[in-house]
Design a binder for this molecule. Structure first.
Ligand SMILES: C[S@@+](CC[C@H](N)C(=O)[O-])C[C@H]1O[C@@H](n2cnc3c(N)ncnc32)[C@H](O)[C@@H]1O
Length: 268
């Protein structure tokens, strides 16, 4: 027994990677190698699904939604509160166009990802980031809107006029279910996933939150990277036929996916 332990220690000391793995196992009970295997399997599965699905056609956002006075106003509010939705991307064009006709109504908006400034967290907004920037911009732009936000960083949750925020972990289906259960009596005009920015977290979140969308409302996944874009082609096969996924490219070169009903053909 002792000899086996000493041999193990000798092997561990000769290999720093193994040492870290072993220490992590002793303290957390998790094998890093196992985590790596899991990550590689997941990546391989996503790549295989992406190869099977035809990619969604891409349209530049500003071709689809030219700037208007109203979108400029929303863009200025994003900049004023410290969100990069208009400065880095041009998502203000999309959001003002999607909501414009109902701007003066009591819109219901839900956004995952409040913008933590804790730089030890994934998808943070930098130490100078302003948590709550985008939900405040939406609240000011639409005078009767109720805006809900959710984030994994509990220290940035807050409540103020027409804004309520909640804890959620997009990697945990149960956490998403608990969040969804709090809203089941309402429908959202707009649901935004601007959280972890990882395709499996995106799909987890879509599965849990898409049913909360009002008929005619939009579900948006922001900041999709080029390497992840192909996998979203599978949504054409997974979503109900009346729900149409559309891929747009923002000014930054990243993509956003919009899921909405097919628009009724106008006229006749
Ligand atoms: C890019 S920031 C959101 C920026 C904000 N929407 C804005 O425009 O100002 C991404 C946020 O996602 C949160 N996040 C990271 N991982 C998450 C997870 N697993 N579940 C929920 N939120 C997560 C981070 O804490 C961070 O606040």
């Amino acid at each position: 027994m002792m000899a086996r332990f000493l041999v193990k220690m000798w092997r561990v000391c000769r290999n720093p990677g193994l040492a870290i793995d072993y220490l992590y196992f002793l303290t957390r009970g998790i094998r890093i190698r196992g985590l790596r295997d899991e990550r590689d399997t997941l990546r391989g599965t996503l790549d295989a699904l992406a190869a099977l699905a035809a990619p969604l056609p891409v349209v530049p956002l500003d071709e689809m939604y030219p700037e208007t006075a109203s979108s400029r106003e929303l863009g200025e509010l994003f900049a004023q509160y410290g969100s990069d939705k208009a400065s880095k991307h041009n998502y203000h064009l999309l959001y003002s166009s999607v909501l414009e006709a109902r701007r003066a109504e009591p819109l219901q908006i839900l956004e995952i990802g409040l913008g933590t400034n804790d730089i030890s967290r994934v998808s943070h907004m930098g130490a100078e980031g302003k948590p709550g920037a985008s939900v405040r911009a939406f609240r000011d732009w639409a005078p009767l809107a109720q805006v809900r936000g959710a984030d994994i960083d509990e220290s940035i949750l807050f409540r103020e006029e027409r804004i309520e925020t909640f804890f959620v972990d997009q990697t945990d289906p149960q956490s998403l279910e608990s969040l969804a259960a709090q809203f089941s009596h309402r429908g959202f005009d707009l649901i935004i996933d601007d959280g972890l920015h990882n395709p499996w977290a995106n799909l987890n979140t879509l599965r849990a939150l898409l049913p909360l969308r009002k008929p005619g409302g939009a579900y948006v996944i922001e900041d999709i990277l080029e390497r992840d874009r192909p996998v979203f082609g599978i949504l054409r096969a997974l979503l109900p036929p009346e729900m149409i996924p559309q891929m747009f490219q923002s000014r930054s070169g990243e993509y956003c996916l919009v899921v909405q009903e097919a628009l009724e053909p106008s006229g006749g």
